[in-house]
Design a protein around this ligand. Structure first.
Ligand SMILES: [Zn+2]
Length: 347
């Protein structure tokens, strides 16, 4: 059977050039770059651990630092080593989705990548389970996106102005199209006999959420000035809204009113970021690493000192005890961090 191997000897050029194809039935293989003889089993192992290492780095950017542009790059780098890696393919698409902002959503770009990757790689039976799992994540991101932009464009559920209604309608319509792609992919996987617990239930849930998106487009949108709009038609980039003649007292006098564009009234501009950076997770991570290292160094040093300088033994033992307590606190912080990451369910 043919598999990918990684040369453990080459040290020049780009790292991904060290990848070469091996025949697993052969005990030894030869690196085409440096010509060295290598045990096939070792080359395969080295390839797998290289991919694991790169995935860990990409996840670090995604989960801990929440730097989605960097994660996008890192997942893309993995594809240079293994163009068929389903986690890297899907993780790259997920990172792209998380890069979406109010003014620059990435759902259409992601759809292009999904269409491209699904035709060639993600529809392969060995990749289907990973792909299905990621499709659920994509749907969750789309849902969060709509929820978050609504909060950004409204105050107490009233839109700041007609432009905000247009933006919301336009983005909702883009998400509607994204949902149909997700559903189409899920139906394809189920049709191919994907055997996964609750898969049907999840499909139903996504269909229900897609319907909610449809319902948004059928609803009315009231602005802070009390004017209510409905959609007359949406055609590609063109949205026609109609004032339905009802004026509501929104009781929003004195509230801060934001705007999408610079304006004469000097209203503050609505921010662009939809998915916030998670500083808490990153802070906890850095804190736990630094404190843990310090605590280990202090504990060791004062334990040794307690035996070397008997006069201050009590003091040294107290400091040793405090270091151990700090170490325990750090381990707890790591535990909380892991729990937070699980709760987020993004990975
Ligand atoms: Zn080599």
């Amino acid at each position: 059977m043919k598999q990918k191997g990684f040369c453990i000897f080459c040290h020049t050029g780009d790292d991904y050039e060290r990848v070469f194809e091996v025949e697993t039935n052969d005990e030894y293989s030869y690196c085409p770059q440096c010509g060295r003889k290598i045990k096939t089993e070792d080359a395969v192992k080295a390839f797998k651990s290289r991919i694991q290492f790169l995935l860990k780095k990409a996840y670090y950017e995604f989960n801990i630092k929440t730097k989605y542009d960097k994660a996008y790059e890192k997942f893309g780098d993995i594809l240079l080593y293994d163009e068929d890696n389903p986690v890297a393919l899907c993780g790259r698409i997920e990172s792209l989705l998380m890069m979406s902002t109010l003014r620059q959503p990435r759902f259409e770009d992601a759809s292009v990548l999904i269409n491209y990757a699904s035709k060639s790689q993600l529809h392969k039976s060995k990749n289907m389970i990973v792909y299905f799992d990621f499709l659920l994540k994509y749907e969750r991101i789309a849902r969060l996106y709509i929820e978050n932009i609504k909060k950004m464009l409204t105050n107490k559920n009233f839109f700041y102005d007609e432009e905000c209604v247009r933006m919301y309608v336009y983005r909702t319509n883009q998400i509607k199209q994204f949902y149909s792609l997700i559903l189409q992919e899920i139906l394809f996987l189920l049709g191919k006999g994907l055997n996964l617990t609750n898969a049907e239930l999840k499909r139903e849930m996504i269909e229900l959420n897609a319907k909610k998106i449809d319902d948004i487009l059928k609803s009315s949108f009231t602005c802070v000035d009390g004017i209510t709009y409905r959609i007359k038609y949406i055609h590609e980039n063109e949205i026609s809204l109609v004032d339905d003649g009802i004026k509501i007292d929104t009781k929003l006098n004195g509230y801060k009113i934001y705007s999408l564009v610079p304006n004469e009234q000097k209203k503050p501009i609505i921010k662009d970021r939809v998915f916030k950076l998670n500083r808490l997770k990153y802070g906890l991570f850095i804190f736990s690493i630094l404190s843990m290292s310090m605590a280990v160094i202090c504990a060791t040093a004062f334990f040794v000192l307690a035996f070397c300088i008997p006069v201050y033994r009590t003091i040294f033992f107290v400091v040793f005890g405090v270091s151990i307590l700090i170490l325990i606190a750090c381990l707890c912080a790591r535990f909380i961090l892991k729990a937070l990451m699980k709760k987020k369910k993004l990975h």
